[in-house]
Design a protein. Sequence first.
Length: 554
Amino acid sequence: MEIFLIFLMFLSCFSLSCFGESKVDPRNDNGIYIVYMGAANSDNHAHLLSSVLRRKENAIVHNYRKGFSGFAAHLTEEEAHTIARKPGVVSVFPDPILQLHTTRSWDFLKYQAELETDCNLCSNSDSQSHGYDTIIGILDTGIWPESDSFSDKDLGPLPSRWKGICMEGQNFSTSNCNRIFESDIVLGGEKVIEGTAINFANIQKSPIYPLIYASTAKSNSSEEKEARNCNEGTLDKALIKGKIVLCDNDDASYSPKEKLEEVKENGGIGVILVDSMIKLVASNFGDFPMTVISSEDAMAIHSYINSTRYKSHRHRNPVATILPTQTVTEYKPAPMVAYFSARGPFYGSKNLLKANLLPLFNVLSIQLNNLRAPITTDSGSVATPYDYGAGEISPSGPLQPGLVYATEIVDYLEFLCNYGYNITTIKLISSSVPSGFSCPKNSKPDLISNLNYPSIAVSGFDGKESKKVNRTVTNVGDDDEATYTASIKAPDGLTVKVIPEELQFTKNNKKLSFQVEFLFTGSSAPKGDLFGSITWTNGKYKVQSPFVVSTSTD
């Protein structure tokens, strides 16, 4: 395989970063402006070029079509302002003399040469083949052809596929050094692209478009807040046509999809939506380019817009590009509790952990992310059972959970009794009330904690006496004869006991009950919510149940 290597080097610089910010020196200003129009296939290029030539003959200095679309031309500052407002023009800026940042490149490269290199692309270890089929193109602001550095002594003939030209050194003296302009450097890049054997036409380009904040593109009849949120009918078509629009999403008047339609219908190219919450989940916006960013990211974009927008002497407008969507398959940390996930405790009673649907069986779950650290919420804080309930579901876990917390219809009917409904009302709600069922005489809200749910929640606990909660588990493991032992993870200040600490299942006895007892160990009850867990294991299966004990009834 032939390898083509192109080095674009400026005064022996390792990269373009060797140059400082482009500066316009009034004493050396050549009256030339570079008009940048983005991708090389710009439809407006020829039209704008011809309009300049009609106004001023011989105005065009360079015409760029290979790497990007644009041209360099002799323009007045007023003409540059006018062209900068034309459709399809990304930016217009004076042709600067490039200022150098370093003359130390050779020293840097010397140390780089001492590093070990990986020659995976070498066909063999023959030293005579090193560098074969390599073409090096040099663009430089401070060299001259007559330098001994460019002597071709002892070198072989030029490769037959070389498409470039050799520039002679006549009328090129040392006084010309460090005065070849940015427009000339860019033209050199055009020649490299034109002459190289690489087919640049097949390289996917990323078009660059003007970027505008929606608040500066409001229609005359709109309020600024409505416009910056890209609400329906608030944007000026003339101001956003052909541009990527930055939209806020801090009001609930319109959905993100409706904001997209507002930009799309007015000729916008794409949308950047600011919403830290929506950013946390994947969204499908159809075939129109749209991305969602956080408020922190938006601050950086606003800073960029403001820093480029008001530099009138440079006529540089903010720009953005549209790239293909990429799926991040190894995002870390993951998972995290989404912002729209229901939080506990259950709205109707703090004696239920979370507002999830009550499952018929236990689901094996985990509470660690892919960094082996506790799962976090969308805000980055460590999640609690109020956030994740019994944890993240394990897809294979439910197939062989070991133990399950089975619930029957009667369990839910007794829950309604403890919640405060009488049997007459319950029969209006449920058509499955067994004949002869009635609410227990001791029904009360505290007993909701006894619903045979995998998690445990106890509220309003004053600690003056212990609190006991009942649970029943069913062995669904491979072994009929199985012994499970309880382990407890409890916070400071709370003593938790499981009675009994060991469950011995047999072929004829697959259901066993246990009791969990909570007791404060200090002289006073801790404030707030206390979280922990109980795990049953037989060496093969681990069945974990989170619990929360709260001193509050609110």
